[in-house]
Design a protein around this ligand. Structure first.
Ligand SMILES: [Zn+2]
Length: 374
């Protein structure tokens, strides 16, 4: 099409038609996202969230994905907003702002009723983004401003969030207490110190390799159980310590005795883990038991601290809300041995249960997973 041949009136008229068409197509996309969310299709494909699916599978930018998903949730909750969106009186940005506001106000324990939401959504029509921001601020000035992250360079991000006066005071007190070891620490340096320390502690608890840097040529002085690079040695050592021929442990399981004395050197990692589990007591199948710490650590270590759900060669790898899953559910007689255990994010753990036990039994879990799908 030669645009230069159009009159100005024709150009304006066609532009308006295109804008209207764009809104209609966006509404259609939002409708499709709603159905994908309803079916939990993103979980089946190995994505831990609808947001990850939309950015990675559909290729939308993070901001575009966020606005469309938030609008989808608003339209699901308040179907009348779809019409306002399609006719252009409610913009995509403002629809997303409304949904974020409803979520934040609910989190603050002041959830709005459906009628209140309808009235607020109606009031947001035909407003610019800044007017909508102002309207929502005036409704709930006590709400913290939304957290934001922005990429500044390939290695630097800008984080923006508000903190209470109480937390700000704690930060300053901590900075003063650390002033000898970390003089003039910036907020970013303070955060690095706190996050790294906490991360190292939790990773150690979960059985993941610690982050302590090693100087070349320097001996690793960490305890053996902290090194994590040779799980076979670790397990063998523990089995050896439980060998009744060398210790006075009278409760050692007979199976462990036999395996220990006959073929400890030939055991693979799984067998060795089972030995530890059965050394104190045999873990019964089909019922939920408190898994031994060593076993939990091994499941975490084996999975490298990431979700192990795989679909057609694509692994989820989420680190969010990880749980130990029974491949064959306990409800179907699954065992508590390591061979039946894997690490899954909470959503894929729920999805695995749905696949194993059926949709009907898991309907309440599905509902919460759809809401968490972002
Ligand atoms: Zn997952």
């Amino acid at each position: 099409m030669n645009l230069k041949a159009l009159t100005s009136d024709q150009l304006l008229s066609e532009t308006k038609i295109i804008v209207s068409e764009e809104r209609r197509i966006t509404a259609k996309l939002i409708e499709h996202l709603g159905e994908i969310n309803q079916r939990l299709l993103f979980l089946k494909l190995g994505y831990s969230s609808l947001f990850e699916f939309v950015t990675k599978e559909l290729g939308l930018s993070e901001g575009a994905a966020q606005r469309r998903i938030q609008t989808m949730r608003l339209v699901t909750d308040l179907p009348e907003t779809r019409q306002a969106f399609e006719k252009g009186s409610l913009s995509l940005s403002n629809a997303a702002k409304l949904q974020s506001y409803f979520h934040a106000i609910k989190k603050a324990g002041k959830a709005k009723t459906i009628e209140e939401k309808k009235a607020i959504a109606k009031n947001a029509e035909n407003r610019s983004q800044s007017q909508c921001d102002r309207m929502l601020f005036e409704l709930s000035p006590e709400l913290p401003t939304p957290e934001k992250t922005r990429i500044l360079s390939p290695t630097v991000r800008e984080l923006k969030f508000s903190v209470s006066e109480e937390l700000f005071d704690k930060i300053n007190r901590l900075r003063d207490l650390l002033s000898h070891s970390h003089p003039n620490a910036t907020l970013a340096e303070l955060m690095d110190f706190l996050v790294t320390g906490h991360l190292t502690k939790i990773e150690k608890t979960k059985g993941l390799p610690t982050r302590k840097a090693q100087t070349p040529g320097q001996a690793d002085e960490r305890p053996e159980e902290d090194r994590g690079e040779s799980p076979n040695q670790k397990w063998t050592a523990k089995v050896t310590r439980k060998n009744p021929n060398k210790t006075a442990d009278k409760n050692t399981d007979k199976v462990a005795d036999q395996k220990n004395s006959e073929s400890a050197k030939n055991l693979d990692e799984t067998d060795q883990i089972n030995l530890i589990c059965t050394a104190g007591k045999t873990l019964p199948a089909g019922i939920r038991v408190s898994l031994p710490v060593q076993l939990k650590r091994t499941v975490w270590s084996k999975a490298d601290g990431k979700c192990e759900y795989v679909h057609q060669g694509r692994r989820c790898s989420s680190r969010y809300q990880l749980e130990i899953d029974h491949t064959q559910p306990l409800a179907l007689g699954g065992s508590n041995e390591s061979s039946n255990l894997k690490l899954l994010c909470r959503r894929h753990n729920g999805f695995a249960a749905i696949q194993a036990l059926g949709f009907a039994k898991m309907s309440s879990k599905m509902s919460s997973m759809r809401k968490r799908g972002q």
